[in-house]
Design a protein around this ligand. Structure first.
Ligand code: GLY
Ligand code: MN
Ligand code: MN
Length: 441
């Protein structure tokens, strides 16, 4: 993302805030994995969205209309010794020169400088409960201002949830964001195709995961948006299965839910395919049903449709299909009303997608499902899961877990599928798998 886009976002937020306000937004802390080993640093999405700055120990402050500086970035000072070990820091000069801050101070001076900024504002935009340490400081600063009221200082009288405003901004993706998301989905799609080519009975789930990560990393996406789910057979029925330890067996399906993160934007794709390259008859029937539900859901992804519409479309198709296959018994309308499908279709049909895989943004406004609008990105991911030992169901269906998931942007006249580069029709999958087997033989 270029610096103009970050600047546009800050300007937009400041327009919403108006004069007399201050927004305070901390960076995420470093997370420790064990002892002195840290996880690779991942900035908080809200913080990165506004600043493009990816160093911990930073606090961004926006004060619309302030003469000296509207955008102030508190960050670490340069430190030759530390930088030699763990890499360069922007420092105060870099914060201004490279990240568009109007002014910058060392993070260690926050306690001395921020209270003065705070006491001159009426409204504070701040996400309470996200950073306990800053919450504590905020409360101390505000109490100190209150104690000082006899000297005529009034200070803030209104506190507004900054995260809620930012999340609504983040829900609508710009052209620049869509370009990154398109690229992320394309890289993940390529990695999914690789898995279809490489899968063989006798391989392990983690070997497929390794192929996925390898392909994404090769394409410049060094991080996954979430840990890959690679579940063979019954493991596919565990929704967030990430052990990925078991052998992939002949005759079983494997479900792969995996997506890279690129420039802090997620992709989230699921494909399910036969380990040996050929769907069995029961697998084929259930797979066709999931695919049909996905098609019905996709048809409802367009401006003006409300959020629940595409889920209900999928539920309708799944319920009818389960009755036709003899898995559910009864009248379709009643089974839908009683939510009987939930025994096998246990999740909703999708979620917002963006900088976070389960991205931010309200699904309801004033208690009504939100209408879809151009620029929103969501997943469409119906699934069916029948674990071994499901007594109410004939044995031929046991151990089948299927999900098909695509990433979709709402456009002015419908939608665009970002993850279309990976096959999902049965004959396409079987053809791709067979072609590679022939070459490899
Ligand atoms: N990968 C998590 C999900 O599909 O929601
Ligand atoms: Mn998803
Ligand atoms: Mn997923």
């Amino acid at each position: 993302m270029n610096s103009a886009e970050f600047k546009r976002r800050r300007k937009k937020l400041m327009r919403i805030m108006g004069k007399g306000s201050i927004a305070i937004l901390p960076a995420a802390p470093v997370a420790v994995r064990n002892r002195d080993v840290e996880y690779p640093y991942r900035p908080d999405s809200d913080f990165h969205y506004l600043t493009g700055f990816d160093e911990p120990d930073s606090v961004a402050v926006l004060i619309p209309g302030r003469k000296q500086a509207e955008y102030v970035l508190f960050c670490r000072e340069r430190d030759e010794e530390k930088e030699r070990w763990v890499g360069a820091r922007a420092g105060q000069e870099g914060a201004v020169a490279d990240y568009g801050a109007d002014d910058s101070f060392p993070i260690d001076d926050l306690d001395d400088i921020l209270p003065n900024m705070l006491e001159q504002c009426e409204r504070v935009y701040y996400a309470m409960g996200c950073d306990p340490e800053l919450d504590r400081s905020m409360s101390e600063w505000i109490s100190a201002i209150r104690r000082n009221s006899r000297s005529g200082v009034v200070g803030p009288v209104e506190f507004i949830a900054l995260d809620h405003i930012l999340h609504d901004m983040r829900l609508f993706k710009s052209r620049g964001e869509l370009a990154v998301m398109r690229k992320a989905a394309r890289i993940s799609a390529r990695a999914h195709r690789r898995l279809m080519r490489e899968a063989r009975p006798g391989m392990t789930e983690y070997q497929l995961e390794a192929e996925f990560v390898h392909e994404c990393t090769r394409q410049g996406a060094r991080f996954q948006a979430y840990p890959a789910i690679v579940g063979g057979g019954d493991n596919a029925c565990v929704l967030h299965y990430i052990d990925n330890r078991d052998e992939l067996r002949d005759g079983e399906l494997v479900l792969v839910d995996a997506g890279c993160e690129l420039d802090y934007y997620a992709s989230d794709i699921t494909r399910t395919f036969p380990v040996n390259g050929k769907f069995s008859e029961p697998q084929r029937q259930l797979y066709e049903l999931v695919l049909k539900a996905q098609r019905a859901a996709l048809a409802r992804v367009r401006p003006g449709a409300h959020w629940d519409e595409y889920h209900q479309a999928a539920v309708g198709v799944v319920t009818k299909g389960l009755v036709e296959l003899g898995i559910l018994k009864g009248k379709v309308a009643k089974l839908i009303k009683d939510e009987a499908y939930k025994a096998y279709y246990v999740h909703r049909t999708g979620h917002w997608l963006g900088m976070d895989v389960h991205d931010v943004g309200d699904y309801k406004i004033d208690n009504q499902w939100r209408e879809l609008e151009p620029g929103m990105v969501l997943t469409v991911e119906p699934g069916l899961y029948i674990p071994h030992g499901t007594k109410e169901v004939a044995k031929q269906w046991w151990g089948i877990g299927i999900r098909v998931e695509d990433d979709v942007v709402v456009t002015r006249d419908g939608h665009e599928i970002l993850s279309g580069d990976v096959p999902k029709e049965i004959d396409e999958i079987e053809r791709l798998m067979a072609a590679h087997r022939k070459r490899a033989a």
